[in-house]
Design a protein around this ligand. Structure first.
Ligand code: GYE
Length: 330
């Protein structure tokens, strides 16, 4: 028996050794790694954390990348400094998740002069010359906003409130971000068109739970008479829910205030299934594999699409099951 165990152990050790040896020869060596500088805009939300995790997993050493990740803490100046540093270091490629759309022209020009291709991920950049970057990949934020607004009209009709005065509290993401601008546009357009819809207030809350809580709490102290909260991300919604709870206001599928939330991270979907959030508008953060594929195509000299948008859905309680939520990656 002992001898058998010893034999087994020896066999296992041998397996491990050969396994390790195999890995060592297939793993790219230092000089063979493609160096990618990634300027992530921050870590403000659950969406953002999922996005960073997706990028880190996709651009791993095993896959042949050395990822230099810089977190800009929601400040564009930090991003500009990070990108300039990547250029100085002579990285092979740069990925930017830009905090706001404007202000990118010079640094992208510098990257271009250094012949370093740039991929824009998540939000977009507003530059006249699209040749300043290789490709942009993200969500159709305008479509997300339009879907939310269409759903809201239908829901008010269903509740028999189509003709009522509707007061909307609007929580906005970081000003100047594509996701803020494009999610804001459809709701502002419809408020302009419909005489019975109005904004109780519009607040920037920087996509964070803390800010979402603070502004809604302070607002409800002065004016609790609201019908809808249109919140441009889940974390601000979570903050708003806490403020609503404290104010003793009911919300969700069976409550008074209608809650619309963007991102559809797992916790928000769970609340939606429980009837506490009315509508989750999906925004997919799992761009890592898509960016990796783009880089591979570029390296192989294939032609690259200029803009890539991912497919997304909207969810109400009726569209969800626990199984579906548990199977989601973020
Ligand atoms: O909705 C929010 C994040 O730009 C899509 O940024 C992104 C947004 C996302 O902080 O949660």
């Amino acid at each position: 028996m002992r001898a058998e165990i010893r034999l087994l152990a020896a066999l296992l050790a041998l397996l491990c050794l050969t396994g390790c040896a195999v890995r060592q020869t297939t793993e790219p060596q230092e000089g063979e790694l493609l160096v990618v500088g990634f300027s992530q805009l921050g870590s403000e939300s659950s969406w953002r954390l999922a996005n960073t995790a997706s990028m880190t997993a996709a651009l791993s050493r095993e896959k042949g990348y050395e990822l230099l990740l810089e977190n800009a803490k929601q400040k564009q100046d930090n991003q500009l400094a990070a990108v300039r540093n990547f250029i100085l270091q002579g990285v092979d490629l740069i990925v930017i998740a830009p905090v706001a759309e404007t202000g990118w022209e010079s640094v992208l020009q510098e990257a271009k002069e250094a012949q370093i291709p740039v991929i824009i991920m998540d939000r977009e950049v507003a530059v006249e010359d699209e040749n300043l970057y290789l490709s942009s990949i993200g969500s159709d934020f305008l479509r997300e906003g339009e879907r939310a607004v269409e759903w809201l009209s239908g829901e008010l009709e269903r509740r028999g409130r189509g003709e009522d005065e509707i007061r909307i509290l609007h929580l906005q993401g970081t000003y100047g971000a594509t996701s803020q601008l494009m999610r804001t546009k459809p709701i502002e357009d419809v408020v302009r068109e419909k005489s019975n819809w109005s904004f109780a207030a519009q607040f920037p809350a920087d996509y964070t739970e803390a800010k979402g809580y603070e502004v809604v709490r302070d607002y409800l102290r002065v004016d609790p008479d609201i019908d809808v909260i249109y919140s441009e991300n889940d974390n601000m919604t979570f903050g708003a829910m806490r403020a609503l709870d404290e104010a003793g206001l009911s919300y969700g599928a069976d409550g008074d205030v209608i809650l619309i939330s963007f991102d559809a991270v797992r916790k928000a979907l769970q609340y939606c299934l429980e009837g506490r959030i009315n509508l989750c508008v999906e925004c997919n953060p799992l761009h890592g594999p898509r960016v990796e594929e783009l880089i591979r195509q570029y390296e192989e000299g294939q032609s690259i699409p200029k803009h890539i948008y991912v497919e997304e859905l909207i969810f109400t309680r009726d569209d969800l099951t626990q199984e579906l939520i548990d199977s989601r990656e973020y």
